[in-house]
Design a protein around this ligand. Structure first.
Ligand code: SF4
Length: 435
């Protein structure tokens, strides 16, 4: 690339620099609490490069994190792209505000690059301007690289050196590294991680799952096994190094993988305590640490009050998500989920009890939604989430996971809206995301 002649001016005491047509601002301060609002918001600390076409934002490791368009081609001025720590791009769409909020409990609908949503006609990643944004930041990196030949103010030189080291190839390697540190990829995040915009530090403490259900596309082949304390500590220390300078932007933990609640209860609380210290959540830029994990019907039924007493005392707000799927035996057979519906019912009422008794714990549940499911399936859910409750409760969300039948969107939405109206618990669609 031809060498650019640089005009650098220090706009704001070594924090903002005008470099030709780019405005580079370092250490910007975003919100310190996750919040649900209908305009774009950024969290924690970050760096930014503004050009006439795009705003590029980088985490404190110099890795691209958000892109927002500034021209009329951009689909909506309040929408943006986010890159996850596992190098997936997500487009945050406003949809039509009320619908999105009613369906998912958030003001923005995350459209995934790797999977088309059954709820959107158009895939934003097909738009030319989105494709340009995704290639454009590579061009910005090339420009920054050429600037290093000049004499630069030290903070700017450091930012540029850090950022050019995190080009596209480096980010692919980083994602592979995180996967290696955890032994496998996080194939699915709990739906409750939406409360922190899916920004969690993932640590797998137990692999495999209990049931190996036929319908599930996220299961891993191996049987359930848990790591030892020393393996978990070693894993956490390596993951801490991986997050590096960006660690203070995190205050939430996902203890994976599919049924961490089944791990020995001492191991589970040990892991949560150690993670809080090792990841320095008390010093995070973000307030209110949260812990997320999956459980199963049997692991919730087996867990005694002593576990919930211990979890309730942790310095986290804890969310435990359980796959119930259905209260109808034929549907369970069709899903090839080997649990009795009597246990599903017991789990549902145990969930309500835990939510009532423990202020710092919220247990949530998933049911399936699909066009070929029987009326008995739908009736069985209403028997629990409507008839089983004498009033509306705001704690203990019910999530509906659409089965793999994208063509049946109107039918799925009709069913979902019916549940939303009749259930006496907060009811949302489960937007499945990996990490
Ligand atoms: S639904 Fe849960 S328990 Fe069943 S196979 Fe998937 S991960 Fe395992």
């Amino acid at each position: 690339m031809a060498q650019e002649h640089l005009h650098i001016s220090d706009v704001n005491s070594m924090q903002a620099f005008s470099v030709n047509d780019m405005l580079i601002t370092l250490n910007m301060e975003g919100a310190r609490e996750f919040t649900k609002i209908s305009y774009p918001i950024r969290y924690g600390q970050y760096h930014e490069i503004k050009t006439s076409e795009f705003i590029y934002q980088f985490n404190l490791n110099g890795e691209i994190k958000h892109i927002q368009g500034r021209t009329r081609d951009w689909p909506h001025p309040a929408e943006w792209l986010k890159r996850t720590i596992s190098n997936d791009w997500i487009y945050y769409s406003v949809g039509s505000y009320n619908d999105v909020y009613d369906r998912i409990g958030e003001y923005y609908f995350p459209c995934l690059q790797y999977e088309k949503s059954p709820f959107f006609k158009q895939n934003p990643f097909d738009f030319k301007v989105i494709q340009k944004a995704l290639t454009g930041w590579g061009e910005v990196i090339d420009r920054l690289r050429s600037y290093l030949k000049n004499t630069l103010p030290e903070p700017l030189r450091m930012f540029i050196a850090q950022t050019i080291a995190k080009d596209g190839k480096a980010l692919v390697k980083r994602a592979e590294e995180l996967q290696m540190l955890n032994g496998e990829r996080i194939t699915i995040l709990p739906p409750d991680t939406r409360h922190v915009d899916y920004e969690v530090i993932p640590v797998i403490i137990a692999e495999g799952c209990r049931y190996h259900c036929g319908f599930c596309r996220f299961k891993t082949d191996h049987p359930f096994s848990q790591l030892s304390r020393s393996e978990i500590l070693d894993r956490m220390k390596r993951i801490r190094s991986f997050f590096g300078s960006d660690l203070p932007n995190y205050n939430s933990l996902f203890l994976g993988q599919h049924d961490a609640l089944r791990a020995d209860h001492d191991l589970l609380t040990f892991s949560a305590h150690k993670a809080y210290d090792i990841f320095e959540f008390s010093r995070s830029h973000m307030k209110e640490a949260r812990l997320f994990l999956f459980g199963s019907v049997d692991s919730l039924l087996e867990a005694e009050d002593s576990l919930f007493n211990a979890l309730n005392r942790l310095p986290f707000l804890t969310f435990i998500n359980i796959g119930l799927e259905s209260g109808d035996p034929k549907t369970m057979d069709a899903l090839k989920k080997p649990i009795r519906v009597s246990d599903v019912k017991r789990t549902f009422f145990r969930m309500l009890e835990i939510n009532r008794r423990y202020e710092q714990i919220e247990v949530t549940a998933n049911f399936v939604l699909g066009k070929d499911l029987s009326e008995n399936h739908y009736r069985s859910i209403l028997d629990l989430a409507r008839k089983g409750l004498d009033r509306y409760f705001s704690k203990g969300a019910i999530y509906f996971s659409p089965l793999n039948d994208a063509a049946s969107k109107p039918e799925l939405l009709r069913r979902f809206n019916e549940f939303k109206r009749l259930n006496r618990l907060p009811t949302f669609i489960y937007l499945i995301q990996r990490l």
